[in-house]
Design a protein around this ligand. Sequence first.
Ligand SMILES: Cc1ncc(COP(=O)(O)O)c(C=O)c1O
Ligand SMILES: *[C@@H]1O[C@H](CO)[C@@H](O)[C@H](O)[C@H]1NC(C)=O
Ligand SMILES: *[C@@H]1O[C@H](CO)[C@@H](O)[C@H](O)[C@H]1NC(C)=O
Ligand SMILES: *[C@@H]1O[C@H](CO)[C@@H](O)[C@H](O)[C@H]1NC(C)=O
Ligand SMILES: *[C@@H]1O[C@H](CO)[C@@H](O)[C@H](O)[C@H]1NC(C)=O
Length: 477
Amino acid sequence: MAKIQRCNYVMYLLVLILLIMNIFFFMKELESKSKCREQEKKKLSWSQRAAEEAEAVASISCSGHGKAYLDSLVVDGIPTCECYTCYTGPDCSLLIPNCSANAFGWDPLFYEPFWMENAESSAVVIAGWHRMAYSFPDPTSHLSQELEKTIRKLHSNAKNAITDGRYIAIGVGASRLLNAVVHSLSMENYSSSPYPAKFFAKPPHYPFYKLQTDYLQTRHYEFIGDPSLLNNSDIGGDVFEFVTSPSNPEGNLEGPVLKGGPNVKYIFDRVYYWPQFTAIPAPADDDLMIFSLSKLTGHAGTRLGWAVVKDVNVYNRMKEYIHQADMEISKDTLLRALTILRVVNEGDGKKFFNFAHEILRDRWEKISHIFSFSKRFSIQHIPTQYCTFLDRAREPSPAFAWVKCKREEDKNCTHVFFEEAKIRGHPGSGFFADNTYVRLGLVTRQHDFDMLISRLEQFISQDDDNGYCISPSINNQ
Ligand SMILES: Cc1ncc(COP(=O)(O)O)c(C=O)c1O
Ligand SMILES: *[C@@H]1O[C@H](CO)[C@@H](O)[C@H](O)[C@H]1NC(C)=O
Ligand SMILES: *[C@@H]1O[C@H](CO)[C@@H](O)[C@H](O)[C@H]1NC(C)=O
Ligand SMILES: *[C@@H]1O[C@H](CO)[C@@H](O)[C@H](O)[C@H]1NC(C)=O
Ligand SMILES: *[C@@H]1O[C@H](CO)[C@@H](O)[C@H](O)[C@H]1NC(C)=O
């Protein structure tokens, strides 16, 4: 009996000890949790308000047809909606009647949903005291080591360019770098040559090569244009060719037209040489390659471009040009670019490039299908090519459709699309081609692209004599 009682006491004691231990650990955990919470609160002291403001403005819906930004016009204490094309009203809910489909624009806004899906990893907080100085602590370095590393990793992920042992120069967009390159190349032999350096680009080409080079004209260089204008007999001075590969507007991979000789050099504009726009047959290894955040991720407004350069002298003169023109690149831009590119690099770039490629591939399939029914119009041919990034042959997915009006009387193709289909395109003459061409942008927001497709479907079926049935009126799209 006494034995059993003693046993019970031991049991009670054990239970009591367990209970006390439990309470002790429970209290401990509560304590550590509240400490954690306190720490979290402490971590988010000064950034709390900025984060709240950013999320508040992002939650303004604008009917899904617009956006309010932190720096949008504030009315009655609230940032106002900025409506997408064809929408209006304070909340962007009104569709503008007879509005033309926007295929003119070059803002690559089709990426927007990716950045909204990846809102958390792509957001940046910039402290009031973030890198206020002109330079990084090492004044010879114009981008942070982290950004440079990230750019090199990006190219190795995308398998689109060799950067080992190459210099990386940065500029306010590819646009600024293009002139830095023109300057740098033309200065090399300037003192020993009585002739200005000559620059060429095969039409149709991106207009800035000519517009910028003419506008910023110096006695060191001139823009000539079509390489077929080069008279081999009377070249004086150095000769340079802009090679856009893939090209804008046509989207095909291109090589130089001008051949060899020590005085002929190439500037490879590779802003579209990414797996979403083109097959990547091999990593590019040109002497001078230009890339841009605009085309890669859609952040055209951030204004960052970079050049991959083999020759140290060319690189140094480019740096000197950027220093004279801009002093330094905005550190805010560099921080944002770093954050964005780190997201692109996640999972070796698969998630980002696949997202963008899928959209563009689908758009090309839709638009080329429609034009395949047309006798009046044709679009460029882009071959299916093996891509090392995807490790398979891939369907075309260019940024633009380059449309030709084939009828004798359709001399102004832009006019034909504008008047007859209510589609606003970019005239061929803008690319130094003739106006029987028009460029239709495929990197627009989904709404703009859907509108383009629905207008095209109706237009091509109405206008072409091909037995397709005629669709209802296009007036209120
Ligand atoms: C072929 C080509 N190069 C360069 C640029 C300019 O790029 P960025 O926005 O970086 O100045 C563009 C933009 O349209 C382009 O199409
Ligand atoms: C819309 O276009 C149609 C046909 O081109 C025209 O009759 C109509 O007046 C236009 N409406 C407006 C509001 O411009
Ligand atoms: C080539 O010669 C033609 C005719 O003489 C001239 O118009 C053209 O400007 C020359 N081209 C170059 C690049 O000098
Ligand atoms: C400058 O001239 C030399 C000698 O002709 C040539 O080898 C070199 O490539 C030229 N530089 C450029 C940038 O064209
Ligand atoms: C072609 O048509 C467009 C759209 O109607 C117009 O803006 C442009 O001025 C025309 N171009 C020429 C060369 O007539």
